[in-house]
Design a protein around this ligand. Structure first.
Ligand SMILES: [Zn+2]
Length: 168
């Protein structure tokens, strides 16, 4: 995990200071804590009429070469839904519409420590998937043939879909 070493407001070096119940990064010059929080991201469980789920094979770190759901970090000014659909388009080339929120959870990462992940269900989409940004491959997977999934949060949304919302 990489915590901030310098104040993002005044560029002074930060120290550790115990306050508000835990050790925090603190800027002596600003006389204020620099809070570290989970980073928000969205991912999509896109399903076809045969209950197959669309996965992308990652071409970038972290977890390069692993399969995961299409998704990524939420940009400033975006809703979680917009971010998910934008990433779906960028990574797979398809346009989707969100049906519902499957859940919100966290997973641990090496760069950001904690990722806050929203998972949405997409049943309506148009286009044929083609691997795009950050993806080496894009493929529909059946429930019984799921590869190992890169992120625990993504795996949990796939499980939620198959346990509660799948057609079969
Ligand atoms: Zn400062």
């Amino acid at each position: 995990m990489k915590l901030k070493n310098y104040c993002p407001y005044c560029a002074c070096g930060l120290i550790d200071k115990f306050m508000e119940g835990r050790t925090r990064r603190y800027c002596v010059s600003c006389a204020a804590p620099v809070y570290e929080n989970p980073v928000p991201a969205s991912c999509l469980v896109t399903v076809d009429p045969n209950d197959r789920i669309l996965l992308v094979k990652r071409s970038v770190a972290p977890k390069k070469g692993w399969w995961c759901l299409p998704g990524g970090f939420i940009e400033l000014g975006e809703t979680p839904e917009e971010a998910g659909l934008r990433e779906l388009k960028e990574e797979t080339g398809i346009d989707g519409r969100i049906d519902m929120l499957l859940g919100v959870t966290t997973h641990s990462g090496k760069i950001y420590d904690t990722i806050l992940m929203a998972g949405f269900l997409v049943r309506r989409y148009s286009g044929t998937p083609v691997a795009g940004d950050d993806a080496d491959e894009v493929k529909w997977f059946e429930r019984d043939a799921m590869p190992e999934i890169a992120f625990s949060s993504h795996k949990s949304f796939i499980n939620i879909y198959y346990s509660a919302y799948a057609n079969g």
